[in-house]
Design a protein around this ligand. Structure first.
Ligand code: SF4
Ligand code: SF4
Length: 166
């Protein structure tokens, strides 16, 4: 079988093959946000499921399966964001503000951003997409993986996947 362009490049394309994003009608009204999972390749991995307190990441019948999500159960808690070893889980809250969304992303670098600071927001290939304001920095699992909350323009939620801290 021919490998898809996704796997040849290692980067999800604009068409987002393999990415799982919430149904728009539910997403737009869900305070706290809903999870986005960008994990298209079959690998033996399931911490997203085992860390999810609500069962929103559906239990894997085969540990090699890619995640499936029951969006009715997602609270936007971001436990999966902190636990995923592939840094493939994100939460986006589209209710955060007028044309401003809150992106909760994994962060394992130093230095940490300062709360209230402005950071560069990067796309999947490291390109600068926009600026964002750091609203919070949490460590839900107390294992050094931080979950940084960044306010970004709502129309960039499909593009921003990392931040650069000067
Ligand atoms: S954000 Fe929370 S509730 Fe939603 S899938 Fe992740 S761990 Fe589960
Ligand atoms: S924990 Fe992350 S890398 Fe592992 S299956 Fe879940 S989303 Fe994919």
């Amino acid at each position: 079988m021919k490998a898809s362009a996704t796997f040849e490049s290692g980067v999800l394309t604009d068409e987002r093959p393999g990415a799982v994003k919430p149904p728009r009608d539910l997403w737009e009204k869900h305070k706290g946000g809903l999870v986005l999972v960008e994990c298209p390749q079959r690998i033996p991995c399931n911490p997203c499921n085992t860390s999810c307190p609500t069962g929103a990441i559906v239990p894997f019948e085969d540990i090699n399966n890619v995640p499936t999500i029951n969006y009715e159960k997602c609270t936007g808690c971001a436990m999966c964001v902190a636990k995923c070893p592939g840094l493939a889980c994100f939460v986006v809250d589209l209710t955060w503000g007028e044309e401003i969304a809150l992106l909760k992303l994994p962060y394992e670098m130093l230095p940490l951003p300062q709360k209230g600071s402005t950071v560069k927001c990067l796309g999947r290939t490291g390109e600068i997409v926009c600026e964002g304001k750091v609203e919070n920095i949490l460590e839900p699992l107390k294992d050094r993986t931080k979950v940084v909350h960044v306010a970004i323009p709502s129309d960039k939620v499909g593009d921003v996947r990392a931040i650069e801290v000067a």
